[in-house]
Design a protein around this ligand. Sequence first.
Ligand SMILES: Nc1ncnc2c1ncn2[C@@H]1O[C@H](COP(=O)(O)OP(=O)(O)O)[C@@H](O)[C@H]1O
Ligand SMILES: [Mg+2]
Length: 350
Amino acid sequence: MTTAREPRAVAWHGTNGAPRLHIVTGKGGTGKTTVAAALATALAGEGRRVLLVETEERQGISQVLDVAPLGTEETEVATGLDGGAVWGLSIEAGAALVEYLRLFYRLGMAGDLLQKMGAIEFATTIAPGVRDVLIGGKIYESVRRTTAGRAPGARRGRDPDAPPAYDAVVLDAPPTGRIGRFLDVTGQLADLAKVGPIRNQADAIRGLLHSGTTVVHVVTLLEQLPVQETLDAVRDLAADGLRIGAIVVNQARDDSVRSTVDVVATQEPDPARMGPQLESVGIRTTPAMLEGLALTAAEAVERRDLELSLEDAVAGAGRPVLTLPHLPEGVGPDAVWRLAAELADQGVRP
Ligand SMILES: Nc1ncnc2c1ncn2[C@@H]1O[C@H](COP(=O)(O)OP(=O)(O)O)[C@@H](O)[C@H]1O
Ligand SMILES: [Mg+2]
C-alpha cells in the first residue's frame, strides 16, 4: 500500500527577516526567464524589494520586461504586485572579478586597469570553475547585503542588525543541463584552488546554497523531454543537498480546451456519425473533411492522455506544483504581471 503524502509547502520568504534566494532553472526554452520575472513580481508585493538576477549577458530579462539591457549596476525594472519594486542586475564574471579584487585586496589602480582592459574580454580567460565562484559570490553578496551598506560612508553590509537590502533575490539560472555544475561551486574548484580566498568564497557560497535560505524551482512544459529533465534535475539537485521549491508547469493549456477534449474522448469520433450531425446544423461536409476532423479529435485525445500522464509524473516528484497558462498574446510586461497574479493566486506570498 502506498500512502499519498502532501508535498511540503514552499516557504516563499525567509525567516527572521532573512531574504530568500530563489533559483529558477528548467530545460532551455521552457520559460525560465519569464517565470523568474513573474516570481520576482509576485514576491515584490506589499512594498517589498526583490532583486531579479541574470548571469552572463543573456539579456532575457530586459526583453521580457521591455526595459533597457541590464547592466552590472542594479536598476529598478518593474513594479511588484500590490506595490513593491523589482530591481534587475546582470552579473558578468569580469565585472564580478574586478569588484571582488577591490573588496578583498583593496585593489585601487590595478582594479581600474582591469576594468579598462575590458571586463568582458577578460572574463573569457577566467577558468569556468572560478567564473561560477565569482558569479556566485556576487549573488551571495546581494543576498547578504543590508541596508546599512547603502548609507554613505557605511561599511558595506557589516551591521548584522540592519534590514536586508532585498527581501528576496530571484536568479534566472542556467538550464537543467548545467545547473548542477553551476551550483557545485566547491566541486568545480577541487583542483584549481584548494586553499585561499577563492576557496573561502566558494565555501561561503556553498553554505548559502545549502542553507534554508535557498530554494531551487524547476520550470517545465507538459512535454516528454522537459518533464524528464525536470524529474532528473529534482532528483540530482536533492541528492546534492539542495532544497527543491516548486515545479512550475508553464504554458499549460486552457481548461476549456481540456474539457472539450474530455467530451470528445467519451465518443468515438466516427466520420459516418459526424457527417449527418454537421449537415443537420447546415455545414456541408466532404469525406476528406470528416476524416480530417476524426484524426484531429483522435490526436487531441492522445495529447490529453499524454498530458495527464505527464501531470502524474510531475506530481510524483513530491513537490508543490504551480501551473501557469499559455498566453497566446506572447510575453511582455503585461503578461509577466498576469503570470505573477496567477502565482499569487496559487499561494506565492511576498
Ligand atoms: N506562459 C507563456 N505563454 C506564452 N508564451 C510564453 C510563456 N512563457 C514563455 N513563453 C515564451 O516562450 C519562449 C521561451 O520563454 P523564456 O522565458 O525566454 O524561456 P527560457 O528562459 O527558459 O529560455 C519565449 O518566446 C516566451 O515569450
Ligand atoms: Mg532565458
